[in-house]
Design a binder for this molecule. Structure first.
Ligand SMILES: [Zn+2]
Length: 321
């Protein structure tokens, strides 16, 4: 069994401390996808982070392995290390060039979604006007399929995500998104989106963020409630975990340079008021509590293994190459 954490964020700064990733390792997590850039982060910042993160991983091979395949994850597990892949949250770092997808793949990026809350030239964000996938976006989906990255639709506009799932020749996931039927929030996904992801063979990974879980003190029981909803709707083989913890280091300023406006990226009218901006995260210790919480909502041991990672292993085997 592989424990697969579909999304975590370190400070987007070259001095980011990797202790939280080592803590995931100690927690028994075998693979974690780490964010290396969002649409608001300019390419020089993304490159600086990629260079630094690759170096930190390479410097501690007993603890960290940059994973390119499921075999790499299994090898990391066998020696007590944690496998790491990078993810991009938005298509803007691709600079409107589909061939950039393969370049990022070669740098360790294994997962991408196309729009961070707001629209861009490729796709719609979930907190912006509805247009649908652009012609450039269709070419980008093809580039993601060909380069062998996980196509993700978190943070993406609803209609646009359906367009992406229709265009993709490979399974499409939501790496950190929760059912709208349980919590009304623009970041959460409709039954139609969940069914469309399942129809591609994809996985919906439950986010541990308080506002999306509908819980002030989010915990394993909340995660299990959302996981059970998706399992009941489309089957347990389409459920995963993406706790979505942002590990902050107050001494590091990782804001994008220039005229960075957080209210544009997290609009107040979408529910990111002052209280929600101070998000609460389901703690990483949840990994130890999840088996019991998932069992309590009726899942068998085999179901629990699927949710905690083996579903994502199945998708990665189909997508990565
Ligand atoms: Zn995110």
């Amino acid at each position: 069994m592989i424990h697969w954490e579909s999304h975590a964020c370190l400070p987007l700064h070259p001095d980011a401390d990797f202790t939280p990733i080592d803590n995931f390792r100690k927690m028994g997590v075998h693979y974690v996808s780490i964010n290396v850039g969002m649409d608001m982060n300019p390419v020089p910042q993304v490159m600086s982070v990629l260079g630094a993160f690759r170096s930190k991983i390479a410097a501690q091979p007993d603890k960290f392995v940059l994973a390119g395949s499921v075999a790499d994850i299994e090898a990391a597990k066998a020696k007590g290390a944690i496998a790491i892949g990078f993810d991009l949250e938005g298509a803007m770092p691709l600079m409107e060039q589909p061939e950039m997808v393969a370049l990022y793949r070669d740098l360790g990026v294994r997962q991408i979604h196309f729009a961070y809350n707001r629209n861009n030239s490729v796709a719609d964000g979930c907190h912006d006007a509805t247009r649908g996938l652009t012609p450039l976006g269709k070419r980008m989906v093809q580039a993601v399929n060909e380069a062998g990255l996980l196509m993700d639709c978190s943070h993406t506009g609803r209609r646009c995500s359906l367009d992406i799932m229709a265009a993709s020749s490979k399974p499409v996931i939501f790496s950190h998104s929760n059912p709208l039927a349980l919590v009304e929030h623009g970041r959460n996904v409709t039954d139609e989106q969940i069914k469309a992801s399942a129809a591609t063979g994809g996985v919906v990974c439950i986010s541990g963020v308080s506002a999306f879980l509908g819980s002030a003190n989010p915990n394993a029981t909340d995660m299990a409630r959302h996981a059970a909803y998706v399992a009941d709707l489309v089957g347990v083989q389409h459920v995963g975990i993406g706790l979505d913890i942002s590990f902050r280091q107050p001494e590091l300023n990782d804001n994008p340079p220039g005229n960075y406006d957080p209210v544009y990226w997290w609009p107040r009218e979408a529910g990111y008021n002052r209280t929600i901006a101070r998000m609460e995260y389901t703690p990483m210790e949840t990994w130890h509590l999840l088996p019991e919480a998932l069992a309590k909502v009726g899942m068998s041991d085999a179901d629990v293994s699927l949710v905690m990672g083996d579903n994502m292993v199945r998708v990665a085997r189909q997508v990565w190459h």
